[in-house]
Design a protein around this ligand. Structure first.
Ligand code: ZN
Length: 361
């Protein structure tokens, strides 16, 4: 790639991969919470095929709570058995479950008032479509292998269906769960592991789409502000200094060579999702001929200890068939992953520090 200031062909040469206009993002993380004596006691009982409520004044609340929702006062903490049969007080039908639902077949979410309780538990009823009704009598079904989670109480079935569904693998009735727990009592459930995951979709902004398309075609592009003459890489369709909108007419092809202005060595810790196991380098690259800086870039063909400010580098492009536009979204400005495997030393002499020191960030 040669110099700086030519216009981007539009559209850029289409690569083997296509550019998605919709970007899917997933944010996820694990955490562990302590349950306390009331909720912990409820989960401990579930593992033994029992459902418990908590006494609060003259009432029994199920699900059990530490505070009475009507008064805010602390409940007694005394857990008492309720169910395992109950009555549907309200329900809604889920005709097409998705992967996040508790069952892979149509089912109902229902408010179920268990026998002996004064409040209703929201749970799942596994029943044929058209059979749900307010007042329906239902029976609890439990996981044969409890895990100390809310879904150890698997779902409810209509009372009249009892017997015909008892052959579902991994699912048992209350008596069977209690008999197993009597033979091998479980530890009290004190904590619970959560895997929190949020997936959302958004449209790729026009500047991001032009950048992704260009990267698929093997060209870095940026955008020059006509007012301050700064070059932003990738294009962002506004100048944050002048506060003015920019557009495609200010895009320009950037050189894929430059100088390392600074670097950091990351020593990975084993958090979920971390795929790196060995220390790795991320560098900032000031591109030749334009005042454009790409941050957090990977390096290739160089040992961590040999990376230094002033080092001349060039982009190593992935073969066109291996490039993936999936990596380009609306965040992570300057990301090159998916098109460039990293930046490698060119072997040219290092540049003097005063040639780049004012453009470290
Ligand atoms: Zn500007």
């Amino acid at each position: 790639m040669s110099a700086g200031a030519s216009e981007v062909e539009s559209p850029a040469t289409p690569g083997a991969a296509t550019v998605p206009r919709i970007v899917t993002n997933t944010v996820e993380f694990p955490y562990r919470r302590s349950l306390g004596p009331v909720v912990g006691g409820y989960f401990t009982a579930l593992a033994a095929g029992r459902i418990t409520g908590v006494r609060s004044g003259a009432r029994v609340l199920c699900p059990p709570l530490e505070y009475d929702p009507d008064t805010g006062a602390a409940t007694s903490g005394e857990l008492v058995d309720v169910g395992p049969a109950g009555t549907v007080r309200s329900w809604t039908w889920v005709p097409v479950p998705d992967a996040r639902h508790p069952l892979d077949r149509p089912f109902a979410f229902a408010l179920i008032q268990l026998d002996g309780a004064d409040t209703s538990l929201m749970h799942v009823v596994d029943a044929p479509e058209g059979t749900l009704r307010t007042g329906l009598r239902v029976l609890a079904r439990f996981r044969a292998e409890p895990k100390g989670r809310p879904d150890d109480l698997a779902y409810f079935i209509p009372e009249e269906a009892a017997g015909s569904t008892d052959a579902v693998p991994g699912i048992v009735d209350a008596a069977t769960a209690a008999a197993r727990a009597g033979a091998e009592p479980a530890e009290p459930v004190a904590t619970m592991e959560f895997w929190s995951s949020l997936t959302y979709k958004e449209a790729l902004a026009p500047a991001g789409e032009r950048y992704a398309r260009s990267m698929m075609g093997g060209k870095l592009i940026g955008q020059r502000c006509p007012t301050c003459a700064k070059v932003y890489a990738p294009p962002r369709d506004f100048c944050p200094i002048d506060g003015i909108p920019l557009d495609e007419s200010q895009d320009l092809v950037l050189p894929d060579r430059g100088v390392v202005t600074n670097f950091t060595i990351v020593t990975p810790v084993a958090y979920p999702g971390q795929k790196e196991t060995e220390p790795f380098v991320r560098v900032s690259v000031l591109l030749d001929e334009v005042e454009a800086l790409l941050g957090l870039q990977p390096v290739v063909d160089v040992a961590n200890a040999d990376v230094r400010p002033g080092m001349r580098v060039e982009a190593v492009w992935l073969p066109e068939a291996e490039r993936s536009a999936e990596e380009f979204g609306n965040r992570g400005w300057g990301a090159t992953t998916g098109a460039i495997s990293g930046w490698r030393p060119t072997g040219e002499p290092d540049m003097p520090v005063d040639s780049y020191q004012d453009r470290v960030f």
